[in-house]
Ligand binder design. Structure first.
Ligand code: PEP
Ligand code: MG
Length: 898
């Protein structure tokens, strides 16, 4: 019989920490903590496999599940010596979700399950606290009604507010037992009205309702959105953890908290967290009340604090990583409710990885695997420019709060997640301001520049989610009063309306009015150390896609080891060093396109030559001896001429032509399918003079550099080749121009001529093409487009449906972002193998966008490429991925040996 349920309690557990896939992170953590002797309440976990079964069978539970759950309830009753629904000594449980990857707050939880009109008296008797028992009861009815039955939260909240008004009390804590009792009756009445059924008194019926709701929450909109944003794929589903309730809200000696074994913001090795006296766990996570720093708990409950410190040490040693733990203190007794690998800011991730390797807690190789590509992406956090006058900055302080996630952000204030999404869609930069955030807000949080909440601590929903994304976030700005109706917020006598600019400094926890200038800071020390380890480990070389000397310099700072793609046509439009000269270049290329004879074209091209030559000299200098791959003109010519009448008139005037002539030529250039049209090397077949000018510019620049003792390694690359003969014609033309110039200059200059592999035919016939090409560079933007038959410019309209697991879910990721290793990858493998069968030392790289995507880089390593090429800011990501794949391969080999 298939096992769907796993028990833990009384020091024993059926699973362990390695069972994340089956037990989910929370279930695996509870099992492991139980095994290593930590104080964990008993319970059981319904596996993620049961969830997969549920969705695979029309939302039906596996037939054996009923009995297995009943058996485990009985076992839990034996271990706890309490019984579900017992009028004297009732067992209460929490029912929580938990998948293999952490999805904080995205799925459902039900607390205090097992209460009914009878067992509530038992709870009152055992805790000697009737008020507490009825408060727990009304919380349960409220949670069950909203979470399981989907009733409106507001309706019930209104009843609560009315009851308090009737009784003349303000705080929940002042409501007597009779008030809660009255509310339970009212809630049950609403339940009956809305659902047509009485509120379920039978704890087993309650339990099954809750299990269904947790499974249901796996496919809730917010959970699906979160998985999409976080690129979480391939999971079975959520597990359901049914755990004995312990109470942090039984008085001053009780409480609940969340803590981290190291500081998740800075990475510093210090015990860090929040504690809330006399509260249930959800209160901390939801950020409804502002907790105290963990350190202060040491004064209130010194013994428990010392015990917690020991747990901290034990867990970090055990898991060899920073842990994020939830705990509850019930009348002075500590219970651990959860441990999981803690989310951290990017710079904390670097610091922890390097520190832990230095402490010998982990190896250097482990340290490399601890960094996610996104960590690098987010390392370059902006901060408010230090040049801004301190005094004037202070005068714009609007409010202060808790510095939950560092970095600064500037944007226009919006007060709802929906507005954030709508405004961002229109291209506005927004700051999302909320009293607190809830998982419904993730869409808006994802598009906001930064987040500000009036309540909550460092572990509140807003803080946890924003930290995972490395997004500037301030929480607990208690002085800020928000009026959602008028869409304003005020603090300290200042009011900010929707649409007004604010600046958040998440590092300091300060919100300013107005838009302050931001700058990107220096990288943390640990970054340099870790990237050194990365470079010692990787085998793939990492180049960059750069078209200007400036980008080339930036890329070298980021560790680029050459240029893998310089798109020369980008130079036709912009002059980065002399922007005012951009127009001159534009006109020259347009004149060339409009020319009717070869002579006229050559004349126009001669105007472009000095610009290109100067750019190449700048790039060669910036790369200082590193290889530079320069691609000849690629886009269809219609991209270089204006399509609007007014611009055509301007062009005609500048070139002294009739506007009709310009318009006619533009029309001639029109193609039904330009991406499959007259572009790439096909242009050079028709207009060899373009190739001649470009090769001349490259080689003259190289000669000049060489003369000035700047080493150069030019690689001339011919795009979109589909046949060996086509490439041969262009290669011969290239060599004629280049060799002639080199000979005349009397220098010794080496250069390569190679091609891009961007078409299936080129990949298929790679053995023939390699007879001519000295190198291959896979242009996977076009190769994806041409292999899949999906337009790279238009597919964005429908591709999201192909990635959305709730719609078609055909691909795990957008194939234009992350290589389709199955299809496009097959052509790449074939192309490399065939190419090297002709030319065994054939140099092979990739220069499509995939060269900066971690998973794609790993694939490129696996298929034996020599290098990848990525945009400057993604170079460190590619370096990291190239090292990670080496470590992963080693670990896999070791595992196989075992
Ligand atoms: C490619 O097609 O992958 C490529 C790098 O060329 P472009 O993006 O310029 O078409
Ligand atoms: Mg291309």
């Amino acid at each position: 019989m298939k096992k769907w349920v796993y028990f833990f309690g009384a020091g024993k557990a059926e699973g362990d920490g390695t069972w994340r896939e089956v037990l989910g992170g929370k279930g695996a953590g509870l099992a492991e903590m139980t095994r290593i002797g930590l104080p964990v309440p008993g319970g059981f976990t319904i596996s993620t496999e049961a969830c997969a079964y549920y969705y695979g069978h029309d939302k039906k539970f596996p037939s054996e599940l009923k009995k297995q759950v009943a058996d485990n309830v009985a076992k839990l009753e034996r271990v706890t010596k309490k019984k579900l629904g017992d009028p004297k000594n009732p067992l209460l449980v929490s029912v929580r979700s938990g998948s293999a990857r952490s999805m904080p707050g995205m799925m459902e939880t039900i607390l205090n399950l097992g209460l009914n009109d009878k067992s509530v008296s038992g709870l009152a008797a055992t805790t000697k606290n009737e008020r507490f028992a009825y408060d727990a009861y009304r919380r349960f009815v409220q949670m069950y009604s909203t979470v399981v039955m989907g009733m409106s939260k507001e309706d019930l909240e209104h009843r609560l507010a009315d009851m308090k008004k009737r009784r003349g009390v303000k705080e929940d804590t002042a409501v007597p037992a009779s008030g809660w009792k009255e509310l339970v009756a009212e809630y049950k009445e609403i339940f009956k009205q809305k659902t047509g059924n009485a509120f379920p008194d039978d704890p087993m019926e309650q339990l099954w309702g809750a299990i269904g709701a947790v499974f249901g929450s796996w496919m809730a909109e917010k959970a699906v959105t979160y998985r999409r944003v976080e690129k979480i794929t391939g999971l079975l589903g959520t597990a359901v953890n049914v755990v004995q309730m312990v109470f942090g809200n039984t008085g001053e000696n009780s409480g609940t908290g969340v803590c981290f074994t190291r500081n998740p913001s800075s990475g510093e090795k210090e015990f860090y967290g929040d504690y809330l006296v006399n509260a249930q766990g959800e209160d901390v996570v939801a950020g409804i009340r502002t907790p105290m720093p963990l350190r202060e708990m040491a004064k209130l409950l010194p013994k428990v604090y010392v015990q917690l410190e020991k747990v901290r040490v034990k867990l970090e040693k055990h898991y060899r990583d920073m842990q994020d733990m939830e705990f509850t203190v019930e009348d002075g007794k500590l219970y651990m409710l959860q441990t999981r690998t803690g989310k951290r800011t990017p710079s904390a991730a670097f610091r922890m990885a390097v520190d832990m390797a230095n402490e010998k807690l982990i190896t250097k190789q482990d340290a490399l695997l601890r960094i996610k590509p996104e960590d690098i992406d987010r390392l370059f956090y902006p901060v408010i420019d230090a040049k801004v006058d301190k005094k004037s900055l202070e005068s714009t302080i609007f409010a202060t709060g808790i510095n939950a996630v560092p970095g600064a952000a500037v944007g226009k204030v919006v007060f709802t997640a929906a507005d954030a999404e709508a405004w961002a869609e229109k291209g506005e930069k927004v700051i999302l301001v909320r009293r607190e955030t809830s998982p419904e807000d993730v869409g808006g949080m994802a598009v906001a520049q930064g987040i500000l909440t009036a309540t909550g601590g460092k572990t509140s929903h807003a803080a946890v989610v924003a930290r995972g994304w490395g997004k500037c976030c301030i929480v607990g700005a208690e002085k800020v009063s928000i009026d959602y109706k008028s869409k304003t917020m005020s603090a300290g006598g200042k009011t900010v309306k929707e649409g007004e600019w604010v600046t958040l400094d998440g590092g300091e926890g300060v919100a300013y009015t107005g838009a302050q200038p931001l700058v990107t800071p220096e990288l943390p020390k640990a970054f340099t150390t870790l990237m050194k380890w990365v470079d010692e480990t990787r085998k793939l070389r990492v180049r960059t896609n750069a078209d200007t000397p400036q980008d080339s310099r930036k890329a070298r700072e980021m560790g680029a080891e050459g240029i893998g793609l310089c798109r020369t046509e980008h130079m036709f439009f912009t002059d980065f060093e002399h922007p005012e000269k951009g127009q001159e270049r534009q006109r020259a290329i347009q004149e060339m396109i409009l020319a009717e004879t070869r002579e006229a074209r050559v004349k126009a091209l001669d105007k472009l030559l000095p610009f290109q030559r100067r750019d190449f000299i700048g790039i060669f200098r910036a790369m200082d001896g590193l290889p530079v791959t320069i691609r000849l003109i690629d886009p269809p010519l219609h991209e270089f001429v204006p399509h609007e009448r007014a611009k055509q008139e301007e062009l005609a005037k500048d070139l002294g032509l009739a506007v009709e002539k310009v318009a006619r030529r533009v029309e001639q250039l029109h193609e039904a399918n330009p991406m499959l049209g007259h572009r790439g090397c096909r242009l050079a077949i028709t207009y060899p003079e373009i190739l001649e000018m470009q090769v001349r510019a490259i080689i003259e620049a190289a000669i000049e550099c060489q003369k000035n003792k700047v080493k150069v390694l030019p690689e001339i690359m011919i795009p979109l080749v589909l046949d060996k003969k086509e490439l041969w014609i262009l290669e011969q033309a290239t060599r004629r121009v280049a060799d002639d110039l080199i000979k005349k200059a009397g220098v010794k200059l080496e250069y390569l001529v190679g091609t891009m592999i961007e078409l299936p035919r080129a990949a298929l016939l790679a053995n023939e093409i390699a007879e001519v090409a000295e190198f291959f560079s896979f242009g996977t933007n076009d190769l994806t487009q041409t292999t899949m038959g999906l337009s790279r410019d238009d597919a964005g309209r429908f591709l999201p449906d192909y990635v959305d697991e709730k719609k078609a879910g055909v691909f795990a990721a957008d194939p234009f972002q992350s290589l389709d290793t199955k299809g496009v990858g097959m052509l790449m493998r074939w192309g490399i193998e065939k190419g090297r069968s002709t030319r065994n030392k054939l140099k092979v790289g990739i220069c499509g966008e995939h060269g900066g995507d971690a998973d794609s880089v790993k694939f490129c390593h696996q298929i034996g490429m020599d290098y990848v090429s990525a945009s400057p800011f993604r170079v460190p990501i590619s370096r990291l991925a190239a090292a990670q794949v080496v470590v992963e391969e080693k670990q896999a080999a070791k595992k196989k040996k075992k």
